[in-house]
Write a protein that binds this ligand. Structure first.
Ligand code: HEM
Length: 131
């Protein structure tokens, strides 16, 4: 199984019991079946969320960075692009690499105004020079 496989929510929904339990956390798909017995928060809470997007309950618990490291080994894939949900920015998310996403956004938020400025300057100069 590769961590880069893309799944839709209808596929994830099929894995909703203790024979096969998948949860979606921040657009990543985790097969937590082997982890059910080991979860410090109990099997019940995981089964309750099995087959669904558990990002909010997962974040609400305030899982430690140890928990975030641990979950990596249960990752089986990601949600297909068209069904991805915006990831809420929360405390301690630095451990999941959102820093890169942030600098990307900052870059994008600069490029657009700068590009508009250049276009406006060209248009202005074009009119100014043609009279
Ligand atoms: C792959 C997914 C998950 C992993 C690896 C994981 C791991 C852990 C770990 C290591 C802890 C111990 C405390 C800590 O280190 O933060 C914990 C506690 C807990 N987890 Fe999870 N968890 C996962 C998903 C979930 C989900 C989806 C829920 C849904 C509500 C949940 C609910 C809880 C609860 C209620 C506790 C107990 C908190 C406490 O007693 O203070 N976990 N989990």
């Amino acid at each position: 199984m590769s961590g880069n496989t893309k799944y839709s929510f209808s596929e994830v929904k099929k894995h909703n019991d203790n024979k096969s339990a998948w949860v979606v956390i921040n657009n990543n798909v985790y097969d937590v079946t082997p982890f059910l017995n080991e979860h410090p928060g109990g099997e019940e809470v995981l089964l309750e969320q099995a087959g669904r997007d558990a990002s909010d309950p997962f974040e609400d618990v305030g899982h430690s960075s140890d928990a975030r490291e641990l979950m990596v080994k249960y990752k089986v894939g990601e949600i297909i692009d068209s069904e991805r949900k915006p990831v809420k920015e929360k405390h301690s998310d630095w451990s999941s690499g959102s820093e890169n996403a942030n600098s990307e956004n900052t870059l994008k938020s600069w490029i657009i105004p700068i590009a508009l400025g250049i276009v406006a300057t060209i248009i202005y100069r074009f009119y100014f020079l043609s009279y």
